[in-house]
Ligand binder design. Sequence first.
Ligand code: GDP
Length: 435
Amino acid sequence: LPVVAIVGRANVGKSTLFNRLVGRRVSIVEDTPGVTRDRIYGKSEWNGVPFRVIDTGGIEMDEEDEMGNLIRVQAQIAIDEADVILFVVDGRQGVTQADEHVAQVLRRAHKPVVLGVNKLDHVEQHALSYEFYRLGFGEPIPFSAEHGQGTGDLLDAVVAALPKASEEDEDEDAIRIAFIGRPNVGKSSLVNRLLGEERVMVSPVAGTTRDAVDTPLERDGQTYMLVDTAGMRRKGKVYERIEKYSVLRALRALDRADVAFVVLDAQTGIVEQDKRVAGYALDAGCAIAFVVNKWDAIEKDDKTAHRFEEKIRDEFPFLRFAPVIFVSALTGQRVSRLLDVAKEIAEYHAMRVPTSTLNRVLADAQVSVSPPSKGGRRLRIYYGTQVSVKPPTFVIFVNDTELSHFSYERYLENQLREAFGFRGTPIRIVLRARD
Ligand code: GDP
């Protein structure tokens, strides 16, 4: 998806605008305990055009970062990662020095910039936006993030500035794999090891997004595409500095991947950032496996792998379905198994189940554990149907969605997993009322 970055000095209303664009998504994932929410990145859509939004103001900085540096780094991330920059200023305050500062950085970006003048809630205030012409980004668009006026015009301008969706010429049968994880867990080493061991079909191809390079592999007649290997093969100071603050690259890779390998570091163990990374993969709806790397580097006995897996299950309760594989990029141990795992979970990810079997499973589930009730009324399940794959998504028609309970939906999910396997893939269940 194309990326829109919201940039601007503090307190101009970036987060309010972000929340308005991204909204509160209601999903099973959202309700799952243990999923770390990150409010900096989100998906939005305008007139049928989907895009990602990043609120650069929400990016956490190291403590030693000075204010000026903060704006510079945020703007830099926007410049590096965004397709369109949404520059927000405060119409009631007029042009400030900090605005000039941001403008100066953005001008060097050579990226389309849409200038939004916030906090102009009434038409009579719109004239206040004129003075922002002098920032040099064309017509300033007055709007109110709080109340919504003018946001339509703003989004029209943003969407008009987005790159046109290119006709993708992707190999439909390829299994697309993204290696994600925090810095230094060994993503690059794994990718390079894999490329060293397997036959690389052709030279890497330019991906659909700028700078993205995808590398195809083939084994036993199956094509695998390693998504976004660019950053992994040439790592520089700039890349590392930005990577520290930005997970956008991983998000974009996930958008285009079937399988996410969430790479963990056996030496450092599991840290908070690993959960966030895994949460992104789940959100993106990818098939997921945990890859515990640097397995060579730790002392082991016959229980070590078992204990590490238990730890993973504790720390990632929402990813019980994901297989775990222990590897070493250094020695190559089990690295070639990665493709087998990818193939297996990609198959479940794309699996369609017959409607009749599905409904038998749902009927049995209701008999074994009766659905919840509220105020004397009981949830009734009429029938279910699989509406899509990647991940498998089911719509279940019920009498009243209000009567449902999260725990019952989780029970249904478990029943579906028991019946169909679905190893390594999230599944989604959407309840819909039908009278
Ligand atoms: P990335 O930031 O996730 O791409 O991580 P890198 O691939 O750059 O690896 C980070 C560091 O970990 C480097 O110093 C690697 O040499 C080291 N490393 C990577 N994989 C392994 C491994 O399997 N075993 C050991 N002992 N070190 C590894």
